[in-house]
Design a protein around this ligand. Structure first.
Ligand SMILES: Cc1ncc(COP(=O)(O)O)c(C=O)c1O
Length: 489
């Protein structure tokens, strides 16, 4: 019988099936950063269609974005492939408080890199996250002291509603939200984001109660009728809704109602916060402090993705205060990463060193005055001008109202379908003929959103108004004709 232990040992060498010169992992044909920088407009469009969002290209073409390749951006301006300056009165929906590539932000980031600082904040404690959290607690009123870091407004708002839900407790799981609200597109916050466009046919959380924004009676009725309501979430100023503020006495009344009914109050400041309305938080205009708030967008200094949820300490402790539940809430892999925190620390310092909040209030008031002049000059086109600081909306009349008398009744039948087209034509003319960029709003598509960097001066406002005036002076028929010509040309 063979004894395997006695059998002669045979050395078996694995056949070398792979010749040494052929690497096991073939290097794919990758584009480099230099390839990206040198890319032609046509290739950019093809790749966008092939890999990012073919449907979105339709809108890019309508607005003329497909003809612009941004080569660099500084301060208030983009510079395109022809070195044409584009005045940025869109500001990334409020993401560019400090403008593009602020030199102090670039320097802070470069220094951080040159010193080989660390990024990951989920192993060792991060001195950068600690300093940024301390800064945010310092600029936040009351005992808004506890900070959670994420990288998008949606993530910060997810954290806000999760914290609120746990603090409210299992007997009060219902969340009140407003008509025309926008809190993000991830699935949790989508449940409190209004509007069929975004909600699509997703299966959403159904423990929600929808109320008209700014309607204190409706909220009181809801609180009284349903003790299951534990949380209310509102944007302090509705951005996507078309730059809408609640009546001045609304917030004080809401604070009292929330205190009386023990409902946790969440103010979403992702768009209206960070000095945009002329105070650090928009809720400071109304002399109230919510239980939880959230910031994102400009928090990253216009250079990085950074978001924060900021909560009152007692609410936080109720939900996550013990070692047993602390990790439910701990940050995601990139929450509070080093260079993003360093950038946000520097950005907050710049915001105050350069008095940008004050500038937002003052230059914003000037912008509103100049827009009121436009409204007086073009009453058939402009229906309303509103906002605070540098969060401003210009609402146009329905298309038919702007048309000559003879065609008015015919066009009126199409007003609903045509909503958004007049601002679209005007926005595309501003970009095409004057190198000025503005934004649109999600729900009321007759509104142009104006959210320039908070570094904007009166001269920038004048530049914008001159362009706006020149477009409106053409009259609606010429505006439409020029738009049609631009699409076929
Ligand atoms: C008020 C408000 N909340 C939340 C969000 C979501 O932020 P993000 O797009 O960074 O996820 C936005 C985005 O525009 C917003 O305006």
């Amino acid at each position: 019988m063979d004894n395997p232990t006695n059998s002669a040992r045979v050395d078996v060498t694995a056949p070398n099936t792979v010749p040494a010169e052929i690497p096991t992992v073939r290097r794919p044909d990758l584009l480099s950063v230099e390839d990206a920088k040198a890319m032609k407009l046509g290739t950019m469009a093809d790749l966008f269609m092939a890999h990012i969002n073919p449907g979105q290209m339709h809108f890019m073409k309508l607005l003329g974005f497909h003809k612009v390749k941004v080569e660099r951006a500084e301060g208030m301006y983009y510079y395109d492939q022809h070195n044409r300056k584009i005045l940025d009165f869109f500001g990334g929906f409020g993401s560019l408080a400090l403008g593009h590539n602020h030199p102090r932000i670039l320097a802070a980031r470069k220094q951080f890199q040159d010193e080989n600082r660390h990024e990951i904040a989920i192993a060792f404690m991060s001195q950068y996250a600690a300093a940024l959290a301390k800064n945010l607690a310092t600029v936040s009123p009351g005992d808004l002291d506890m900070v959670f870091f994420g990288s998008s407004g949606s993530e910060a708002m997810e954290a806000a509603i999760k914290l609120a839900e746990r603090a409210a407790g299992p007997d009060r799981p219902k969340v009140v939200y407003a008509i025309n609200s926008f809190h993000g597109k991830t699935k949790g916050v989508l449940s409190i984001t209004d509007g069929e466009l975004y909600r699509g046919q997703f299966k959403l959380v159904d423990n929600t109660v929808r109320i008209p924004f700014g309607d204190i009676e409706a909220i009181e009725r809801a609180f009284r009728a349903d003790r299951g309501i534990g949380v209310i979430v509102l944007e302090t100023v509705q951005g996507g809704g078309g730059i809408i503020e609640a009546p001045d006495d609304f917030w004080q009344k809401l604070r009292s109602l929330c205190d009386r009914y023990g409902v946790i109050m969440v103010c979403d400041e992702v768009q209206c916060g960070y000095g945009r309305t002329g105070k650090f938080y928009a809720f400071e205009h109304y002399g109230i402090v919510p239980d939880i708030t959230a910031l994102a967008k400009s928090l990253g200094g216009g250079k990085t993705a950074m978001a924060a949820m900021i909560a009152k300490r007692d609410i936080y402790m109720k939900a996550y205060g013990s070692p047993k539940n602390a990790m439910i809430h701990a940050q995601a892999t990139f929450g509070g990463i080093g260079e993003a925190c360093a950038t946000a620390i520097e950005a907050l310092n710049v915001l105050y060193d350069e008095d940008l909040i004050e500038n937002s209030a003052q230059t914003g008031a000037y912008l509103l005055d100049r827009l009121e002049e436009m409204k007086a000059r073009y009453p058939k086109l402009i229906k309303d001008v509103r906002g605070r600081g540098m969060m401003v909306g210009v609402e146009f009349h329905d298309f038919s109202q702007a048309m000559p008398m003879v065609v008015k009744p015919m066009i009126a039948m199409l007003d609903d379908k045509l909503k958004g087209s007049l601002p679209g034509f005007i926005g595309s003319a501003l970009l095409r003929d004057h190198g000025v960029l503005v934004a649109f709003t999600e729900y009321n598509r007759n509104v142009i959103r104006i959210e320039p960097p908070l570094i904007a001066t009166r001269a920038h406002v004048d530049e914008f108004i001159d362009a706006f005036d020149a477009v409106l002076a053409k009259g609606v028929v010429r505006i439409v004709k020029d738009f049609v010509a631009s699409q076929v040309g």
